[in-house]
Structures are given as C-alpha cells and as structure tokens.
Ligand binder design. Structure first.
Ligand code: NIG
Ligand code: FE
Length: 387
C-alpha cells in the first residue's frame, strides 16, 4: 500500500541540508509504503500512489521520540505536587511511596495504566517511547515492570537502581549486590538499557559504576540519571562509560559541558521536571553553542514530572531555555532518536519508519507559539493512521 501525503507547507525531515539541521522542505510530499517511508520531495514531483492525503497547507514533522519515561506505576502524588507549589522542596524520597503503590497493584492494573499513557502520548504526537522500571525495587517486582514495558516498546530500561528501597535503607551496598546480581539476571532478558539514579540521596558514583558495568557485562547499554538535584560526578561517569545519554543535567559544571561536547553522549533535557519542581531551567542555548547534542523528553512519572506532552516541553525549551523552535523540534525528534541510538525514527527519509505528525498549523513554530493548544491533527505510526 503506497499512500502519498501531499500539499505539506513545511516538512521537517531532519535530514540536514545547507546548515539547516531540520532539513526543511516547502510545498513537499511524503510517500509511505507499508510501514516505511519510500520517497520524500517536492509535491510537484511526487510518484504514483494508491491513495492521497491532502495536508491542506499544514506542517508535518517526524513523530516525537520521547526517550525518557517511567510509565509503569500505580497511584499518583498530587498532594506532593501541591505541597511543592506551596514551597516544599522536591526530594527523591517520594519515589518510595510510588514503590509501595506499585507493588500493591496487579499486572492488569499496571498494564491498563501503561497503555492509557501510551494512548495519551500518541494523541500528542509521540510515536516512540522509552519506558523504565524503577518502582518495583525487588527482584519479582522489577521483573514484572520490565516485562510489562516490553509488551509495548522495544526501548525498555532496567532501573532497579532508582533509589534504595526502605527495607535496605541501612545497607545500600547489599541492595546494589541485589541489583547487579539476581535482579539483573531476572530483568536483562526484557531490557535494552541499564540506568541508575546517580545523585545524593540515591546512588554514589562508585555504586552507579558497579550497576552500569554489571548491566554492560550482560549486554545492556548504559544511560544515566544525573545532576538533577545538584552538581555531581554522574555526567563524567556516563561519558567515561560511553553512555547513550545522560538525563536531567539541571546542574552542570563547565567540566561536564566540555566532557559532553567531546563525547557521543547525548544530554537529555527534561523541562517538565524543572517546571513541576520549581528548579532552574538549564541553559540549553549554552549547551548547543558548546557543541553538546541535546534531546528533549517528558520524563513522565508521578513525582517530578507528570506531563506526557512533548509540545509542552518544546514550548518551555523555547521560552525559557534558549532553543530556537527549530532546535527544540529537532531535539524532540532526532535528538531523542540519538539518545536511543536509533536511525529509523526521528527522521523523514526513505527507509525510515513511517512515523509522522500532521500539525494543525502552517509551521512547527506554532508548537511553541501556541502553548497548551492541541495542534496534533493526525498521526501515522508504522504507516498506519493511529490518531
Ligand atoms: O527522573 N530522578 C529520578 N527519577 C525520576 C523521579 C521519580 C519520582 O519522583 O517518582 C525522575 O525525575
Ligand atoms: Fe527519570
């Protein structure tokens, strides 16, 4: 089946041309053949197809690639958010209350919630989602969470080292033994990635290195939560181990920025976290100017960031973090793909997956210009209309 999407006023391909990383085309068309893109070019040159969809002079972008989420959990922490807005500080300790709720939930409850979030994301243009465990923190519960995540995505991350659970509070190194031993054995078959929360109040650099190296030895690729609550050595650890991404980076040092700029590690910024914890937004302008590859993701979770909206994150990145609209859209699509080491998503080019978003707007700028307005008109995933 060959479907032509034509009359596109502005097409963001992310195939860089002449100093435009977004590879922007005007008056363009895209030919989808089954689950892949077969052709991209000027609408006037479009090849024959079995059917045509008229974009009506609107903008088309690649489906968003949300490379950081924690979607398998039960309950919520609205009261914690409310207290924060009244002046209380965010502390990673709140994670333990979600762990208790998640352990008490059935597979069916967790599965229904997870699928609900994915539908919510799809409606907002997100076609690729990474999903982490981390609210189980026992061998059986972490295994359950990665198993449920693997039902819906190939981008599964084992985050047994999210925080030390209450029952190991006074023996954190024994918990690291559990994570790097029996828990990793149970979870590795379902996961592509190993992650750790390397932060004061979670895991030290030494413990984090143990976790990541154990995962690498089992064939998982590393990614790291770091520098969310204060500066630390997590960025350097991530770069040292060749991590695909270090996520958060709210408090980066000059040395961190230099190390990232010289590495292949992506910095994934999570503006929803700063928004809902009232922390300062990182200076994305400075990072991009320094040569760091930046991705944007939602970090959907009940504690630090309960948004699932990539357009919302784009709007913040433009308004408060210094990215241009083009850079923010790139970071939310191609940037996310780099953070997941994927070359088949986040791009509109022959051979890539036919994951596209038709915006109810003439240009991608409207994603930041019209914050909070649902601008996603139609979504294709693997060539099929899903929204
Ligand atoms: O990415 N930083 C650690 N983990 C999550 C927060 C999880 C929570 O508060 O429940 C994050 O922000
Ligand atoms: Fe996270």
């Amino acid at each position: 089946m060959r479907t032509l999407l034509t009359n596109i006023a502005e097409l963001t391909t992310n195939v860089a041309v002449d100093g435009d990383p977004c590879g922007t085309l005007s008056n363009a068309a895209v030919l989808m053949e089954d689950d892949r893109i077969a052709w991209v070019g000027a609408a006037a040159d479009a090849p024959a197809s079995d059917g045509t969809v008229d974009a009506g002079g609107r903008a088309v972008i690649p489906g968003f690639v949300d490379s950081h989420s924690h979607l398998v959990f039960a309950g919520d922490r609205a009261a914690e958010f409310e207290a924060r807005m009244a002046g209380q500080k965010y502390a990673a300790g709140g994670i333990r209350s979600t762990v208790a709720a998640t352990r008490a939930a059935s597979d069916e409850e967790l599965r229904a919630r997870l699928r609900g979030f994915l539908a919510e994301m799809l409606a907002q243009g997100t076609t690729t989602v990474e999903v982490k465990s981390g609210y189980g923190l026992s061998v059986a519960d972490e295994e359950r969470l990665v198993r449920l995540a693997a039902e819906v995505t190939s981008e599964v991350t084992f985050l047994g080292a999210h925080v030390v659970p209450a029952e190991y509070a006074d023996r954190p190194d024994e918990y690291v033994d559990l994570v790097t031993g029996p828990m990793l054995d149970a979870c590795a078959p379902y996961a592509k990635w190993i992650d750790v929360f390397c932060e004061t109040g979670a895991f030290t650099v030494t413990q984090s290195r143990r976790v990541l190296e154990a995962g690498i030895a089992r064939g998982l690729a590393p990614r790291v939560h770091a520098s969310q609550l204060g500066p630390g050595d997590g960025v350097r650890l991530a770069v040292d181990l060749g991590a695909a991404s270090i996520d958060h980076g709210t408090y980066l040092t000059d040395a961190d920025i230099d190390a990232l700029a010289q590495s292949s590690t992506v910095l994934t910024l999570l503006p929803g976290v700063e928004f809902s914890t009232r922390q300062p937004y990182p200076d994305a302008r400075r990072l991009v100017d320094a040569g760091v590859t930046v991705a944007l993701a939602c970090d959907t979770n009940p504690g630090s960031s309960f948004t699932s909206s990539m357009p919302f994150c784009i709007a913040i990145a433009v308004r408060d973090m210094g990215l241009t609209p083009a850079e923010a859209v790139w970071a939310a699509t191609a940037g996310g793909a780099r953070a997941l080491r994927r070359d088949d998503v986040g791009i509109i080019a022959p051979g890539a997956r036919a994951d596209l978003v038709l915006l109810d707007a003439p240009t991608r700028v409207h994603l930041a210009y019209r914050p909070g307005v649902p601008l996603v008109r139609q979504v294709w995933k693997d060539g099929a209309t899903v929204v």
